[in-house]
Design a protein around this ligand. Structure first.
Ligand SMILES: Cc1cc2nc3c(=O)[nH]c(=O)nc-3n(C[C@H](O)[C@H](O)[C@H](O)COP(=O)(O)OP(=O)(O)OC[C@H]3O[C@@H](n4cnc5c(N)ncnc54)[C@H](O)[C@@H]3O)c2cc1C
Length: 521
């Protein structure tokens, strides 16, 4: 099938939905989403969204905290713009129906504080803020007559001049996007979506690693598509590992124990019940994530244990049960009463700071292609994302991208688009051997966890690169012979992302932000 749409959005998390709602009054919007519409990292966000809402805080302090976390390599202009825009975007979320918690008097937002923040500035809805945001935005999008949400539609590739038979390289000037090819996961048909404007909002790539807090659909599809289309990517060596995921080995994704719990007074302890953060940072358990994650990794390596503890008992029973109901219920379901027991934790891949490089308008290096949310790289996070700045970045850049797209979309005609051929699957056979895909995925995830994890070295990166080469060749061979399926496409994308992480990690010759190598200073 062939479709022509004004605005094509790939992804239905906070970034995709926010953009869609902004452009919908001006044209037909189609949102493609590979799972159920509400499935994505957004709905799992617990802590909240950072913004300066009152005079007790200041933009300067939030800017300073973001720059410090980013380890000196954030784009300062982007940081300032994002943080100053934050209150307006928060007010819009409230207008869409997001119910942020209010304080005791119910006249101000109840604000939490998280690691790396010098003030209480995290708006939240209990400890399931993301679920509340996703609910409100999705309801608003479903009500809008111009928005069509198509579930289980898997975007495979961005369409560019390459699909018109032209040679496109990284150096080709003026690469343009005409839309995407997408696999209908129910019929296995590959459709052609032609669009004036395309926004990628495909989320993160946590599944490159064997332990991750991100949902199983976070497979870096947007980044891999832009890589194949020869667009510009940046900062992928800055992989953020969350220090505290619940240790429950059989579970994937790993359940997150929010930073807000440390903000409320929970402390990290070793297996003997002793605090250890004083050895690593004067901010103790509230030090930025990278420092805490490396400290835990080191303690685990020193002791040979595969988990440590977070002790939340000092917070008090009432506050724990009322303030962290999701975590309380989750831990109780596996026999841990957090009001009496310490919580077993270990780090997990959590967030990708790098991605599709975009300018202040959210536009990528490929014309008419925008990116927002976790798949993008705006320069806000630099070497390390400050907690709760990612939901903020997603709404700010969805807004900027929408404003810019609205200023150009009417000048984009479908003339060239109509020459785009449909996907050609002739000569392909259905691959019956799922084991080839599942096993390769597991291998890839282990390689990345063991060699390209929290602590890296030149030798580990070289080893990962060599192993990945073999996996790449085997998978491309499978791809060239087989009918395309979702698992195969995801595997290719994970391999592309792993390759890019390793390549950028090898190129970064300094320990900065989240990139830490034993061979560098
Ligand atoms: C457990 C957890 C807790 C977090 N807590 C916080 C927090 O408190 N504060 C904060 O600021 N950030 C937090 N984050 C990070 C934040 O939630 C994410 O960065 C953010 O939600 C990403 O939003 P997004 O719209 O970019 O992507 P997502 O919400 O991940 O949505 C991605 C969308 O893209 C779709 N998609 C992907 N690939 C394709 C494809 N090929 N074809 C079609 N559709 C596709 C998916 O189906 C999905 O709809 C947390 C993350 C996790 C995992």
């Amino acid at each position: 099938m062939r479709y022509e749409v004004d605005f094509l959005v790939v992804g239905s998390g906070i970034a995709g939905l926010s953009f869609a709602l902004k452009v919908a009054p001006y044209g037909h919007v189609v949102i493609l989403t590979k799972g159920a519409a509400d499935e994505g990292s957004t709905r799992y966000a617990q802590g909240g969204i950072a913004a300066v809402m009152y005079d007790s805080d200041s933009f300067d302090k939030h800017i300073h905290d973001t720059l410090v976390a980013g380890d000196g390599i954030c784009n300062r202009e982007v940081v300032e713009m994002t943080i100053r825009e934050a209150p307006d975007r928060i007010r819009e979320l409230v207008q869409y129906g997001v119910d942020f918690d209010l304080d005791g008097q119910r006249d101000r937002f109840d604000l939490h504080r998280e690691g790396g923040h010098s003030e209480f500035r995290i708006l939240h809805h209990k400890d399931n803020t993301g679920e509340e945001i996703e609910r409100a935005l999705l309801e608003a999008a479903r009500r809008h007559p111009n928005i069509e949400i198509k579930e289980r539609q898997f975007a495979i590739d961005i369409i560019t001049q390459h699909h018109l038979g032209q040679r496109v390289t990284k150096h080709t000037p003026g690469i343009e996007c005409y839309g995407v090819y997408a696999l209908d996961c129910d019929t296995n048909r590959i459709d052609t979506y032609l669009a004036r404007i395309t926004l990628l909002a495909t989320g993160g790539m946590g599944n490159v690693y064997s332990t991750t807090t991100t949902p199983i659909l976070s497979t870096g599809d947007g980044v891999a598509m832009v890589h194949r289309a020869r667009g510009v990517l940046a900062d992928l060596e800055f992989t953020q590992f969350h220090p505290t995921s619940l240790y429950n080995p059989a579970e994937r994704p790993a359940f997150l124990i929010t930073e807000a719990m440390r903000g409320a007074g929970a402390v990290l302890k070793d297996r003997d019940g002793h605090e250890f953060m004083q050895k690593y940072d004067p901010r103790l358990s509230l030090a930025p994530r990278d420092i805490v994650a490396r400290a835990i990794d080191n303690e685990m390596k020193l002791s040979g244990k595969d988990y440590l503890y977070l002790d939340a008992r000092g917070i008090g029973k009432k506050h724990l049960i009322e303030g962290f109901p999701t975590i309380y219920a989750k831990c109780l379901s596996i026999g841990i009463d957090i009001t009496r027991d310490m919580i077993p934790i270990r780090p997990a891949m959590h967030y990708q700071c790098g991605g599709i490089k975009v300018d202040r308008n959210g536009e990528s290096s490929i014309r008419n292609l925008y990116a927002a949310g976790e798949c993008s790289c705006t320069g806000l996070h630099g070497g390390n994302r400050l907690a709760s700045n990612s939901l903020l970045e997603a709404v700010v850049y969805a807004h900027n991208a929408a404003q810019h797209a609205l200023s150009t979309y009417q000048q984009i005609a479908f003339t060239t688009h109509r020459q785009v051929p449909d996907w050609n699957a002739d000569g392909m056979v259905l691959n019956e051997e799922m084991v080839l895909i599942t096993q390769t995925k597991k291998e890839l995830q282990e390689i990345m966890w063991n060699y390209v994890g929290i602590v890296r070295s030149d030798l580990r990166l070289q080893r990962a690169f060599d192993r990945l080469n073999l996996i790449f060749r085997e998978t491309e061979d499978l791809y060239n012979r087989s009918v395309l399926t979702e698992p195969l496409s995801e595997l290719r994308n994970l391999i592309a992302c792993a390759y890019l992480i390793i390549k950028m990690a090898r190129a970064r010759r300094q320990n900065v932000g989240l990139h830490y190598s034993l061979d560098l200073v």
